[in-house]
Design a protein around this ligand. Structure first.
Ligand SMILES: NC(=O)c1ccc[n+]([C@@H]2O[C@H](COP(=O)([O-])OP(=O)(O)OC[C@H]3O[C@@H](n4cnc5c(N)ncnc54)[C@H](O)[C@@H]3O)[C@@H](O)[C@H]2O)c1
Length: 128
């Protein structure tokens, strides 16, 4: 029987919440998961949880709002696993838990940059 290579991919924002739960579930299905998050400690924690569960994971720190950071993070996952079979673009942020009339323009622009441009940047480098 020929060896079937393990499927592999990445989950952004996998340091907590929905992203962490998704990464754990994907790893349980047998795929290797690159755990991407802006919070290095949180990414390491998720990776540790996956490994303890018998799965394969790699923690990668990334700011999805920064093009160079996204390029480097995707390259790291591709180098580790030889390509991406899937990508879950989950990372994002809420609006600083503030009322709109209390928000600064810089805060608003950060939300748009992360949630909109960040998702675009991830897909730009994941798709190839
Ligand atoms: N939970 C909800 O009710 C809800 C509702 C609507 C949308 N969402 C969206 O779903 C996604 C997951 O939600 P959640 O509740 O698990 O949120 P969460 O805050 O628990 O997790 C988001 C993760 O993304 C990471 N992150 C934030 N900015 C980042 C950046 N610039 N680069 C890389 N990583 C970054 C955070 O560190 C965190 O680990 C988010 O995009 C959120 O905006 C959630």
């Amino acid at each position: 029987m020929s060896a079937v290579s393990r499927r592999a991919g990445l989950v952004t924002g996998a340091g907590s919440g929905i992203g962490r739960a998704t990464a754990l579930e994907i790893a349980r299905s047998g795929a290797a998961v690159a755990v991407l998050d802006i919070d290095a400690g949180a990414a390491a924690e998720t990776t540790e949880m996956i490994r303890k569960d018998g799965g394969e994971a790699l923690a990668v720190t990334v700011d999805i709002a920064d093009e160079g950071s996204v390029r480097a993070a995707v390259e790291r996952a591709v180098t580790a696993y030889g390509g991406l079979d899937f990508a879950v673009n989950n990372a994002g942020m809420a609006s600083h838990r503030q009322q709109l009339d209390q928000m600064t323009l810089d805060q608003f622009e950060r939300v748009v940059r992360v949630n909109l441009a960040g998702t675009f940047l991830c897909m730009k480098y994941e798709l190839p």
